[in-house]
Design a protein around this ligand. Structure first.
Ligand SMILES: NC(=O)c1ccc[n+]([C@@H]2O[C@H](COP(=O)([O-])OP(=O)(O)OC[C@H]3O[C@@H](n4cnc5c(N)ncnc54)[C@H](OP(=O)(O)O)[C@@H]3O)[C@@H](O)[C@H]2O)c1
Length: 337
């Protein structure tokens, strides 16, 4: 496994990280707790030390499962969680982000069981951190990230609250997520930026955020690098998802899109074969080879996926292989325009 420093800290974090969103079950058609615990422990056994979760993933469930799985191994883990999505406010604050239920986001206009607000007021952050520490069974978080940005709270107030928590030793590094370039710059000296990034999602390159982070020693954590499993090659038009799975109705999982993805992945296959690697491993290794892209947050719901993804952290891709993959992606993306 390859490790990289987190931002300007002395924390060594694995390039392949385990994302614990699906582990909460919410938006992913459920998840077995025993499988999730084994996935987390297998990741640690295979060199992954960076684990990313959030209070909203299963409304606390993901954090509780992560806490249970790492109980006897806390010092081995670079534990990342988030703040700023509140489903438990007595009164509305911040910006309504979505309405949800126990399965996922409610999109049919009916009132959801939960009203989820983007809210980053300092008092709220302090309260949220206490909840996360309790669920995770720890007294510090390694990387604390603002999950979504709240336009009603000035960024300098949010940042001051995070810096105080860092001074108190409750968090070791500060990160943000789902931020545009102006917000990224306004935060100042942070350690991490967690954004959607994959072969098919290149916004961070287009708006200069990736380059900004590289130049300012901010780690970049790519989320959904496998496009929710699409780039593993296992999804076919016949794949059945459980109720609540976010892939149902997503145009990227339509039969037409799947056909085009199969063509892209067929182009990768000889390179993967030459390394004895799977397509998922090749995609993960390509992702952490991008300049400025330091960590790849792979979701995994079971031990097999966790081990396969972790092993990608040892896959060396040669420059000519990276260029060949780039060319195939360029052709694929051009075909979409
Ligand atoms: N900050 C944010 O707003 C934000 C947003 C999204 C994600 N994230 C973070 O990023 C992490 C990863 O995102 P993601 O879960 O969307 O992305 P992903 O890594 O693109 O997809 C994960 C899913 O793909 C399937 N999969 C993973 N590895 C596989 C393998 N080796 N073989 C076959 N299938 C495999 C699994 O689902 P199935 O088994 O069901 O197919 C898994 O749950 C999240 O867990 C979370 O920590 C953050």
């Amino acid at each position: 496994m390859l490790y990289r420093k987190l931002g300007q800290t002395d924390i060594d974090a694995s390039v392949v990280a385990l994302g614990a969103w699906a582990i909460g079950g919410w938006m992913w058609g459920g998840c077995e707790e025993a499988d999730a615990v084994r996935a987390i422990q297998a990741s640690l056994d295979h060199g992954v030390n960076l684990i990313d979760t959030a209070p909203i993933y299963g409304y606390g469930r993901s954090e509780r499962i992560v806490g249970k799985a790492i109980r006897s191994r806390r010092s081995q883990v670079v534990l990342a969680t988030k703040c700023g999505l509140r489903w438990d406010l007595a009164e509305p604050h911040g910006v309504l982000h979505f309405q949800g239920d126990d399965l996922g986001i409610v999109r049919d206009g009916t009132p959801g069981k939960y009203h989820v607000y983007k809210y980053l007021h300092p008092d709220s952050i302090r309260l949220e951190l206490e909840g996360s520490l309790q669920r995770l069974g720890t007294d510090y978080v390694d990387l604390y990230q603002t999950h979504w940005q709240d336009e009603t709270t000035p960024i300098d107030e949010t940042m001051a609250a995070l810096e105080t928590l860092r001074d108190q030793g409750k968090i070791r590094a500060i990160g943000i997520s789902n931020a545009n370039r102006d917000q990224l710059v306004a935060y100042g000296p942070i350690d991490g930026d967690q954004e959607r990034y994959s072969m098919l999602d290149r916004r961070m390159e287009q708006d200069g955020c990736l380059e900004y982070c590289r130049a300012n020693h901010i780690s970049v954590l790519a989320y959904s690098p496998l496009v929710h499993g699409l780039l593993t090659g296992k999804i076919t038009p016949q794949t059945q998802f459980h109720p609540g799975d976010l892939r149902i109705g997503n145009p990227r999982f339509s039969p037409d899109s799947l056909r085009r993805i199969q063509v892209l992945l067929a182009g990768f296959a000889p390179i993967a074969r030459a390394h004895g690697a799977s397509l998922a491993q090749l995609v993960i290794a390509w992702t952490f080879s991008r300049p400025g892209l330091t960590h790849v947050l792979c979701g995994a719901r079971n031990e097999r996926q966790a081990i396969e993804n972790a092993r990608a952290g040892e896959l060396p891709l040669a420059q000519d292989e990276i260029e060949a993959i780039d060319e195939l992606i360029r052709k694929h993306l051009k075909g979409q325009q």
